[in-house]
Design a protein around this ligand. Structure first.
Ligand SMILES: CCC1=C(C)/C(=C/C2=NC(=C\c3[nH]c(/C=C4\NC(=O)[C@H](C)[C@H]4CC)c(C)c3CCC(=O)O)/C(CCC(=O)O)=C2C)NC1=O
Length: 169
């Protein structure tokens, strides 16, 4: 598992080079956004349950067939599994936010996920929608907590939806 710094060190070490201007710019931007990243993680930590619950309600309001007989989130067990998955996405998004690197998502969340979802008939489109709903809720709450530029929050959520949506395995 890598973070912004170890991945940069890895790249330069392989080439046997000192950090150049590009590397220093990247380090600077990582440290400049550090406080905002921690603030975002803190905001999510104290609101995780409600973010998951709200995103779930929004998703099922928008796509009620999911929780009707024949829907993948129908029955209490599958409904709970769906919200648990949303909670996984949210928690791992905070790790990736703090790391400033998406590696943790590839390694711990996305590997083999599409195959699992396909074999269980878990629909990808609505899952992606749920992840995007959580992104919007998180951005709104982090903005309300006083962080001015919340653009960096997009990255882990967009990374997960992009990887999940890919056609080719
Ligand atoms: C930390 C990394 C990690 C992830 C991501 C993960 C996902 C994950 N979701 C699963 C199931 C599931 N996932 C869903 C999710 C949904 N169904 C819907 O209709 C909605 C669109 C969606 C919620 C947004 C459901 C309903 C199941 C149960 C499917 C079944 O057993 O039939 C399963 C199968 C095993 C199980 O039920 O626990 C896995 C492995 N597990 C992990 O360890």
């Amino acid at each position: 598992m890598r973070d912004a710094i170890t991945s940069l060190i890895g790249t330069y070490d392989v080439a046997g080079r000192y950090f150049d201007r590009t590397a220093l710019e990247r380090l600077k931007s990582y440290f400049d956004t550090g406080t905002a990243r921690v603030q975002a993680a803190a905001t999510v930590n104290s609101n995780a349950a409600s973010i998951v619950k709200q995103a779930g309600s929004q998703l099922f309001a928008e796509q009620p067939e999911l929780i009707r007989p024949g829907g993948n989130a129908y029955t209490t067990r599958r409904y709970a599994a769906c919200l648990r998955d949303m909670d996984y996405y949210l928690r791992y998004a905070t790790y990736a936010l703090v790391a400033g690197n998406m590696d943790v998502l590839d390694e711990r969340v996305l590997q083999g996920l599409r195959e699992t979802y396909n074999s269980l008939g878990v629909p990808i489109g609505p899952t992606v929608r749920g992840i995007q709903m959580m992104k919007d809720l998180v951005k709104a709450q982090v903005a309300a907590a006083g962080v001015e530029n919340t653009a960096f929050i997009d990255e882990p959520f967009d990374h997960m939806t992009r990887e999940l949506s890919e056609r080719d395995i």
